[in-house]
Ligand binder design. Structure first.
Ligand code: GP9
Ligand code: MN
Length: 659
């Protein structure tokens, strides 16, 4: 009997800890509510049903995000278990401090999320100065429910005073050491299990690449919960910036600097140099637009009639142009355009190197008196754009909430509406303006509402051909949207004062196993698939040029900035770029992130084991396999370029070059 009583009394004494746990969970719930994430997308009862179902192995619908509640409890336990080793006054004060600290973090995240739809990461903290306008509007972002973050703390203060007075002369009896230690340890173990079992399960079930490659902070949050996010973020930041940080000696910096200097010493002059000087520049980066649809028909209908007519009438077209993106996908295509550096193999450069300095293409235009704008109708935090754009010298970023409601296709309002609304804004802008527009309708899996499926896709009805079929429907829609956009540019009198550049961001994700795709794009072999898959169109409308022309040499997204700059200004030396202007008509080697490359004559595909000799070297024209040695020299050059680019990113070297 005595023992039961003692156990009961002991449990009662842990009540303070239980209350702390409950309060913190409630505060995390508020973040989930504000961010509209999994805690609150289900009603509490539904959530519990799903949660227990999942816990006991039932088939549930939640899949990989399901662990976030459990992880949230686990991370609270991991942050607070040590309190159980304390007693008396120390314990009371510790509870107060940890509650205040964690509440402050959660509240800061809640407020930040309301504004940016993102979580405060260390990168965000480092860039706080640039995001200055938040400071002013913080009060406007307060909501009455935020009081809950303080109420408990305010209530605890009189309790704390009362308790300190009461215990001035006699400290409460010390709890027995063993039960105290055991309870603390038990809670630590439970916290660890609650955190890592669901986390590891999500990683195994396909979450790992999203976690490791950092698409957006909210994707990480889906696996870690809020406190876990900060833990993982801190760990990653420390590893990248302190533990694994490579220090560059002056000599190393010097040698990278002179490599860039040599490369950018004498850019070739071109017949078009300066033709777009002081003209508006619109760069249309089209989601998943690949070259295999250009100038092609399906059942007698053109897939991209507008682009085809532009190419035929006055456009300048590069049919041998390749994308070089890595896991950062759209953001990598932007990065290539904006910096003429290779994307990183570690994830998205937009996420990982947002604090770096760049020889930024938009910044150059800004310095020339252009206003610099990006239009993309999605969440500003996705791919960390809102942070990266500040760094790149973008004045205005028109994102999801800047567009009016219209028909949503896939992830966002459709490209036709988006382009028209973007133009509404451009019409009011002072000229010259630079507008980088990133379209979204033709995003994988390319599903279109039925009334927008206008191509006759007879012969492609099978389920296995759905991606190919949908891709053609969606790219046809986007082509028409671009046509409408150009018509309107003409109607507004802007066409003759505007250079328009259109390019595809990356491949579709259609693979060689897809029979419809491989047949249509002639991509049945390793080599032909590789080439077709990497090829995206690049098309220019240059004011004053009214004769269509085609440049057949190879080129890549690395060359965009130098090529555009040549048109806007005369060729300028001294840039910190890897690409070069395409107007010289010279063949060049296009290297991809994994070291594979394409030149006018050769295609080299690296082997996944990373051993050079196991790669495949093809003569492009004949499709014959050559001994790998024949691909060695361009391969080595490419590897050198990748290394230089990585050094610039990892050591943030550009700002160290001149010093
Ligand atoms: C999202 C859009 C799509 O904003 O850019 O990105 P992706 O999935 O193609 O990288
Ligand atoms: Mn994309």
């Amino acid at each position: 009997m005595e023992v039961t009583k003692r156990v009961f009394r002991f449990m009662l004494k842990q009540m303070d800890f239980m209350i702390l746990l409950f309060i913190l969970l409630l505060k995390l719930y508020i973040f989930a509510k504000v961010s509209g994430t999994i805690f609150v997308t289900l009603m509490p009862i539904d959530y519990l049903r799903e949660f227990f179902g999942w816990l006991f192995g039932a088939e549930t619908e939640l899949r990989i995000f399901e662990g976030v509640l459990m992880v949230s409890v686990g991370t609270i336990l991991l942050s607070t278990f040590w309190i159980l080793f304390l007693h008396g006054r120390k314990r009371f004060v510790a509870i107060f401090i940890i509650n205040a600290l964690l509440s402050f973090i959660i509240l800061a995240d809640v407020i930040y999320f309301r504004y940016f739809e993102d979580i405060i990461s260390i990168t965000v903290l480092m860039q706080m100065k640039q995001l200055g306008d938040v400071g002013e509007s913080v009060f406007a972002l307060f909501s009455w429910t935020d009081l809950i973050f303080f109420i408990d703390l305010l209530l605890t203060i009189p309790l704390l005073i009362y308790y300190f007075r009461k215990t001035r002369n006699h400290q409460p009896a010390k709890p027995l050491l063993i039960p105290k230690l055991l309870t603390g340890l038990l809670v630590l173990i439970i916290g660890y299990q609650l955190t890592f079992i669901p986390f590891n399960k999500s990683m195994e079930n396909g979450g790992a690449w999203q976690f490791n490659k950092l698409i957006s902070n909210m994707r990480v949050y889906n696996f870690t919960g809020l406190l876990g996010f900060h833990g993982a973020n801190l760990q990653r930041y420390t590893e990248d910036n302190f533990i694994n940080k490579k220090e560059y000696t002056e000599d190393e910096v010097e040698s990278v600097a002179s490599w860039f200097e040599e490369r950018n010493e004498a850019p070739a002059a071109s017949p078009y140099s300066g033709m777009a000087k002081d003209k508006n520049v619109i760069v249309l980066q089209v989601e998943a637009l690949q070259d295999f649809v250009i100038n092609r028909e399906i059942n007698g209908q053109e897939i991209t009639p507008y682009l085809n007519s532009l190419i035929a009438e006055e456009g300048i077209y590069f049919p041998e142009f390749y994308e070089q993106t890595g896991v950062g996908r759209t953001s990598d295509a932007e990065f290539l355009l904006n910096t003429s550096l290779y994307p990183t193999a570690k994830g998205s450069a937009y996420m990982l190197y947002a604090e770096n300095e760049y020889d930024s293409f938009p910044q150059i235009l800004k310095d020339k008196g252009y206003s610099t704008n990006v239009f993309h109708p999605y969440k500003p935090s996705f791919w960390n754009r809102y942070i990266m754009y500040k760094q790149l010298g973008i004045d205005q970023f028109f994102s999801e909430s800047d567009f009016e409601e219209d028909e949503v296709i896939g992830w966002a309002i459709n490209d036709d509406a988006m382009l028209q609304q973007s133009l509404d804004k451009m019409v009011d802008m002072e000229e010259p303006f630079y507008s980088h527009i990133i379209t979204l309708t033709s995003h994988h899996p390319f599903e279109m509402p039925d009334d927008h499926k206008v191509l006759n896709m007879d012969g492609y009805a099978e389920y296995s051909k759905r991606h190919f079929r949908n891709y053609l429907h969606s790219i046809h829609f986007v082509d028409q949207a671009i046509g409408n956009f150009v018509d309107r540019l003409k109607a507004e009198g802007l066409w003759d004062d505007t250079m328009l550049v259109i390019f595809g961001d990356h491949s579709t994700g259609l693979t060689a196993d897809d029979p419809a795709f491989s047949e249509f794009a002639d991509a049945g072999e390793q080599q032909t698939y590789f080439e077709a898959n990497k090829k995206v169109p690049l098309i220019f409308h240059i004011p004053g040029v009214d004769e269509a022309q085609q440049f057949d040499q190879t080129g890549s997204q690395l060359d965009l900035a130098p090529t555009l700059l040549d048109l806007i200004d005369a060729p300028s030396s001294g840039r910190k770029w890897i690409g070069s202007n395409l107007w010289d008509g010279e063949e060049r080697k296009v290297t991809f992130r994994d070291g594979s490359f394409i030149t006018g004559d050769l295609t080299f595909i690296t082997s996944s084991d990373g051993i050079y000799e196991n790669g495949s070297c093809y003569e492009r024209e004949s499709g014959e396999t050559l001994p790998t040695e024949q691909c060695r020299a361009p391969f080595d050059q490419g590897v050198q370029e990748l290394k230089m680019s990585d050094d610039v990113l990892e050591g943030n070297l550009i700002n160290k070059f001149e010093k």
